[in-house]
Structures are given as structure tokens and as C-alpha cells.
Design a protein around this ligand. Structure first.
Ligand code: HH2
Length: 285
């Protein structure tokens, strides 16, 4: 299983990637306001790289339930100073979390290698921008918009419907000439799903992985963990690492997390268990 992001191709066969989160926002649900200053963002980015992040996801617009959209100009104002500083080091792989094609274009021009689009190509120009750069593209499942999504949780079979939704967005990317090897798919944990639906999706992640592209999951600090563990956002780290490990065992290949250090070992254990199970299956067949 390979994932192409411009000049880099990741081999995800035996090792899941850690994508560290840097929110350049005043209002993100878990770390809003902490990395607004570009110097603080760069220092945090370097810390996450030292802790073992394979790539960094920079976002300038909160997608928490009920969040208002942020203009292109404001996203660029928040994003570009930190992005430009980090892009000076080509060994740092930068992803940008945006649904706006113009933000994606400017970010790719500055050296980003991945666009993480939680709206899966809602901007009609997004695919063209991604194709022109040969960038990696994360297509996430979402119903409605971050503003309206809490009202969109009526599923008959959440895993089947998320799988169908992602397959449809991947087809749309193909029609727009996005190379299959650049695409990664994300079930959108916490986006238009109840706590129970998030748990069911994680438990049935192999159904999403069976689509045949790398699966991305973001579980860290999310409210389904808070509900399950009865813990505030700053005390969900261990629960998030456990959920990330199980997601990898069930087929996720890229884990988006705020807590890189705490998640790294959990992923290595999950990778080893996954490989051992596959070796066992192969030797019995
Ligand atoms: N979750 C968040 C944001 N972007 N992108 C992908 N692909 N998958 C996710 O699960 C995902 C995402 C929400 O987390 P965070 O960025 O910390 O919060 P906020 O959106 O409030 O900035």
C-alpha cells in the first residue's frame, strides 16, 4: 500500500504514519489559541517532529461542531508564516487542513505536500489544484458542514453509509483526474456521528480499508472519548492512543493526532500485531 505526496511516496505496508496536528486557530476544540503566534507554532511543530511525527497537519479553520467558516484571507494570514518557516526544511512533510482551493494552492506553492480536505472536494477548484501539484489528498466523510453537522446523524448502517459516501467522493476525485495513488480516505470520526456511531465505525474500520486506499483516522481528544471515559479534553490522551492503536489494527494507515509522543509506541505495537496476524493467516492458507 503506497501513498504518493508530490516527490515522496510512503510505503504503508508495515508501518502506519503519525500525522501531528498544529491548529493555527483561536477556537479549536482542544488547543485553540495556543499556536496562533507563528514562532509558537514552529516550536510546537519541531517538538512533534522530534517526538516521531511523520508529517504535520496545519489547520487555520476550526471544524468543531457549530464552527463558523473562516475566509480565505484570514486562513492565509494565520497559516502562511508558520508554513513558510517549516517548509524551509524539506524533510518536514506538511499537510494543510483546508476546504478552500485558493488556500490549498498557496500552501502547495509554499511547499506543502498534502491537502487534507474534510469536505472532500466541496470547492469545485480543489481537485485541479491538487492534480497540478501531484499532492496527496485526504478525502474525509462529512454530512452537512461543521456548522450544521450535529443534525445529520441519522444512519441505518453507519459503516456501510460512510463507505459508500467515501467511494462516491473518490469517484469524483477520479473524474477530476486525481491519481488513485495520491488519495487517502477518512471516515471522519466525530463529524456528523454520535459517540456510539464513532465507536461502531472504529470497530468496523476494515470495511472502510477494503476500499483499497490508505485510511486516515483522527480520534485524539475527541468528545466520544470524553463521553466514554468521563474525562475533560486535556485528560483523553491514553484513551486516544488506545483508540488509535485499535484503528491501526483494524486497517488505518495514517493517524492524525495531537498527542504524538503518547501515540507513537501504541502504533508500533498495533503494526506488529497486525503483521503477526497477517503472517499467521498466510502460513495457514
Ligand atoms: N479532525 C479534526 C480536524 N481535521 N481532518 C481529518 N482528515 N480527520 C479528522 O478526524 C479531523 C480533521 C478535528 O480536530 P482538530 O483539528 O483538533 O479540531 P478543530 O477542527 O476544532 O481545529
Amino acid at each position: 500500500m503506497r501513498w504518493r505526496c508530490r516527490d515522496l511516496t510512503f510505503d504503508l505496508t508495515h508501518r502506519a504514519l503519525l500525522m501531528g496536528v498544529i491548529n493555527l486557530t483561536p477556537d479549536s476544540f482542544s488547543d485553540g489559541g495556543r499556536h496562533l503566534d507563528p514562532a509558537a507554532a514552529v516550536a510546537h511543530a519541531r517538538r512533534l517532529m522530534d517526538e516521531g511525527a511523520d508529517l504535520l497537519d496545519l489547520g487555520a479553520e476550526s471544524t468543531r461542531p457549530g464552527a463558523d467558516p473562516v475566509t480565505v484571507d484570514e486562513q492565509l494570514r494565520r497559516l502562511m508564516p508558520a508554513l513558510e518557516a517549516l517548509a524551509r526544511d524539506p524533510s518536514i512533510v506538511i499537510s494543510v487542513d483546508t476546504a478552500a482551493a485558493e488556500v490549498a494552492r498557496r500552501a502547495l506553492e509554499a511547499g506543502a505536500r498534502v491537502i487534507n480536505d474534510v469536505t472532500a472536494l466541496s470547492d469545485p477548484r480543489m481537485a485541479e489544484v491538487v492534480v497540478a501539484a501531484g499532492a496527496g489528498l485526504v478525502l474525509m466523510h462529512l454530512r452537512g458542514t461543521p456548522k450544521t453537522m450535529p443534525g445529520h446523524t441519522d444512519y441505518d448502517d453507519v459503516a456501510r453509509e460512510v463507505r459508500l459516501g467515501l467511494a462516491e467522493r473518490w469517484q469524483e476525485a477520479r473524474r477530476s483526474r486525481v491519481d488513485d495513488e495520491c488519495v487517502a480516505l477518512d471516515p471522519g470520526i466525530g463529524f456528523a456521528k454520535t459517540a456510539e456511531q464513532n465507536l461502531e465505525l472504529l470497530g468496523r474500520l476494515d470495511e472502510i480499508a477494503s476500499l483499497g486506499r490508505p485510511v486516515v483516522v483522527g480520534v485524539s481528544r475527541k468528545s466520544f472519548l470524553g463521553k466514554l471515559l468521563d474525562r475533560p479534553v486535556e485528560r483523553r490522551t491514553e484513551g486516544g492512543a488506545a483508540a488509535a492503536a485499535i484503528a491501526v489494527f483494524r486497517g488505518a494507515r495514517i493517524v492524525r493526532t495531537h498527542d504524538v509522543a503518547a501515540t507513537r509506541d501504541a502504533l508500533r505495537v498495533a503494526d506488529a500485531l497486525r503483521d503477526a496476524r497477517r503472517t499467521g493467516e498466510a502460513s495457514r492458507s
